[in-house]
Design a protein around this ligand. Structure first.
Ligand code: BDP
Length: 698
């Protein structure tokens, strides 16, 4: 089925001129080595080329004819080839690659090489992408390398195969059948990840279960690690801080306790004995009920450094999450992670990297960049994006997330003057860090199409591409994804690309325009719930975030309010503090404003907000009409699926608009502007809706 194959469809090249060019340049393929990685690269090339060129390409032992596609790592190259590649090799790191037309004995060939076999493999995928996206391979000359070292998926998968915030079925990991049964899915998962340069995977939920660290499970983890290794993917696990008690029989998990330290050292040794290239641990500690060092009067540094010392002898790392907010002292939840972590700058071991969500609250449709980025120059920080759409309509709504990712990566922290972007913080270039990382909370499950919504595949793809190079443009990524996944026909690519690029703003508009946030319903986070005010912790309630009353709406985080803006560099703080310079997209994130406040377009805040909600609904209608014209370019199955999903999205966009506007209207006391459709139900009706079957909420 097409949707299982993701962006690796390898459909026959339709353009006959190009097909002729490709065939003439690829007479046969020659592997210079025989490692496991080169073998899977060779298999991928054969699969890809046989589909794209609709003919079997011979595997040759030697370069005897002209126009061979030669691939192998640097160490396998002859001196006369090598001497012409010095400049290119200088440009790339260990995971980079070179794709170049070369001459051997005055005959032309295409060479794919790199410093390591995995680099070569990435080059193979890039080469296939050229053919998948209609690019000429006449005189190719490409040298590329990843800008971030740890490019990793975080699976929030539980051992019972439910997936926290997962909307694409159950976990891929079949713990019952492992280690002996290796599902083809694991291999296809690895291929898909390798094709976009993802080189790590955390198999289990950050709300961790210590059982994963028992020998019974480690045996299964080992089998997965062995499966993924040829594809350049390292396995990581979450470490439950209380594991020494739960599975180690100790009385405490205090990081100062000698027995506890020793337990982790021994446990780590045991893991590395099975998995010599084990990546390390991801830890959620003292957050939302998870145990951590604070249970013993210690702090994040104590906890992280203990684990770091355990993995250091083996080259492992610890990814320590900064997603913390305590229930005490909540004048502003947005300030808590910064307040708790920034004072520790410089105290973490050098194999600890602090993992920070893109914004200070929690994966909202839009958040300003997290103030921690740039604020801890002596500590490497890694980005945590959420690919799964917990707050953006699950796998029912079409939202192209690379737009969101790019917006965050391009944000200027001003920490070292203008141009100190978040991308430069996480690629290590701003503060000269050796370890760099970016994590995406996976949207993958065992649904046939992997991600629930066929278009959610683009978010997995786009995450990987931006992890490789955070400066890539989300539009270019959309272009290549569409071509690889569906069709190269311009009549398809252009309108659907536009639909993708507008989709993120559409969702912001019909859910949380103008900087609103966290106004979704309780628990499952699906659908509107701006009225919710009954939860035990104040900062769990939507009313805490929008603060609507008859005087206005919005959370004042400026210097007249919670002063969260002071956590940004002065230049950024100044921009956010002043309503005149604060970007309107973030207005109600930083300011509480009267309903009559005049927006830049001259509308009052109330009218402007209502019109944004309407705009969001209209944008979804436009997406529907675009898609409805695409039947000729897409297989019937995916065409119909997307059509049905867009219909739901349209219905639910109206639900968001009507529920939010009716609710806020109680405070504004104003009529809806003419261009806004009249709600068809009452506020009471919307408040009464319940979703007992929402997935991912466990
Ligand atoms: C929130 C989710 C929750 C996660 C938590 C986290 O609602 O399920 O456990 O983040 O990131 O977004 O730890």
């Amino acid at each position: 089925q097409e949707d299982y194959k993701l962006w690796l469809q390898y459909a026959k090249v339709q353009d006959s001129k190009l097909a002729t060019e490709y065939k003439s340049k690829i007479n046969g393929i020659v592997a210079l080595e025989n490692s496991e990685t080169i073998q899977v690269a060779s298999k991928e090339l054969q699969l890809g080329l046989s589909g794209l060129l609709d003919t079997k390409i011979e595997v040759q032992q030697n370069i005897d004819s002209e126009n061979a596609l030669i691939f192998g790592s640097k160490s396998s190259l002859d001196e006369d080839i090598l001497k012409n590649l010095k400049k290119e090799f200088d440009q790339i790191n260990d995971e980079g690659y070179i794709i170049k037309t070369i001459q051997v004995k005055s005959k032309n060939h295409i060479l794919i090489t790199g410093k390591t076999d995995v680099g070569v493999f990435y080059g193979v995928f890039h080469f296939l992408r050229l053919l998948q996206t209609k690019t000429s391979i006449e005189n190719v000359n490409i040298a590329d390398a990843p800008k971030i070292n740890v490019r990793i998926l975080n699976h929030w998968d539980n051992l019972n195969r439910t997936v926290e915030r997962g909307y694409a079925g159950f976990s891929l990991w079949n713990w019952q059948k492992l280690p002996d049964f290796i599902d083809q899915r694991y291999i296809d998962y690895a291929r898909a990840n390798a094709s976009i340069g993802i080189n790590g995977t955390v198999l289990n939920n950050v709300n961790a279960n210590a059982l994963i660290l028992t020998p019974q499970y480690l045996e299964k983890v080992e089998a997965l690690a062995n499966t993924f290794r040829p594809y350049g993917i390292k396995v990581y696990l979450t470490a439950r801080f209380s594991a020494p008690i739960e599975i180690g029989g100790l009385k405490t998990a205090d990081p100062y306790d000698a027995e506890v330290k020793n337990w982790w050292k021994e446990k780590t040794k045991e893991i590395y004995k099975r998995i010599p290239d084990f990546g390390g641990f991801l830890v959620k500690a003292n957050s939302e009920g998870q145990p951590g060092p604070q249970n013993y009067g210690r702090n994040h540094v104590d906890g992280a450094n203990m684990l770091a010392d355990a993995v250091a002898p083996f080259g492992g790392i610890v990814m320590w999450r900064a997603f913390v907010y305590s229930e005490h002292d909540v004048d502003d939840r947005a300030k808590q992670a910064y307040s708790e972590f920034v004072p520790y700058d410089g105290q973490f071991r050098n194999n600890v990297i602090v993992q920070v969500k893109n914004g200070a609250i929690d994966f909202q449709p839009r958040e300003p960049f997290h103030p921690m980025f740039g604020a801890m120059p002596k500590t490497p920080l890694m980005m945590e994006f959420q690919i799964t759409q917990e707050y953006l309509g699950f796998s029912t709504h079409l939202v192209y997330l690379p737009k969101l990712f790019q917006e965050v990566l391009k944000s200027d922290t001003y920490r070292k003057g203008k141009g100190s972007t978040v991308a430069k913080v996480i690629d290590g270039s701003l503060d000269n860090h050796k370890i760099t990382g970016i994590a995406g909370v996976a949207n993958i499950g065992n649904d046939i199409n992997w991600t629930g919504h066929p278009f959610a595949q683009a978010n997995w793809y786009g995450f990987g591409r931006l992890a490789w190079n955070p400066n890539l443009d989300s539009e270019a990524i959309a272009d290549e994804w569409l071509r690889m996944t569906f069709s190269n026909d311009e009549n398809f690519v252009n309108p659907v690309k536009e639909m993708l690029l507008k989709s993120r703003e559409a969702v912001v508009n019909y859910m949380t325009p103008l900087g609103l946030h966290h106004i979704m319903d309780t628990g499952h986070h699906y659908g509107p719930g701006p009225w919710v005010s009954n939860l035990s912790r104040p900062e769990w309630n939507p009313v805490y975030y929008h603060k609507a009353d008859k005087n206005g709406i919005g959370f004042d985080r400026s210097k007249t309010g919670s002063k969260a803006t002071t956590q940004y560099a002065p230049e950024a703080a100044k921009i956010f503090d002043d309503v005149k310079t604060c970007p309107e997209k973030d207005l109600l994130w930083f300011h509480h404003l009267s309903w009559d406040y005049k927006l830049k377009n001259g509308q009052t805040l109330w009218n402007g907000m209502a019109l944004k909600y309407q705009e969001g609904v209209d944008e979804v209608a436009a997406m529907q009409s675009t898609w409805n014209k695409m039947g000729n370019y897409v297989d019937e199955h995916r065409f119909k699926e997307v059509q049905m999903l867009l219909n739901i999205q349209h219905k639910e966009a109206k639900w968001w608009r009507d529920a939010c506007l009716l609710y806020f209207q109680q405070f504004s006391g104003k009529e809806l502007p003419k261009r806004v459709e009249k709600p068809t139900q009452t506020l009471e009706y919307f408040e009464s809706l319940k979703f007992p079957f929402a997935p991912g909420n466990n």
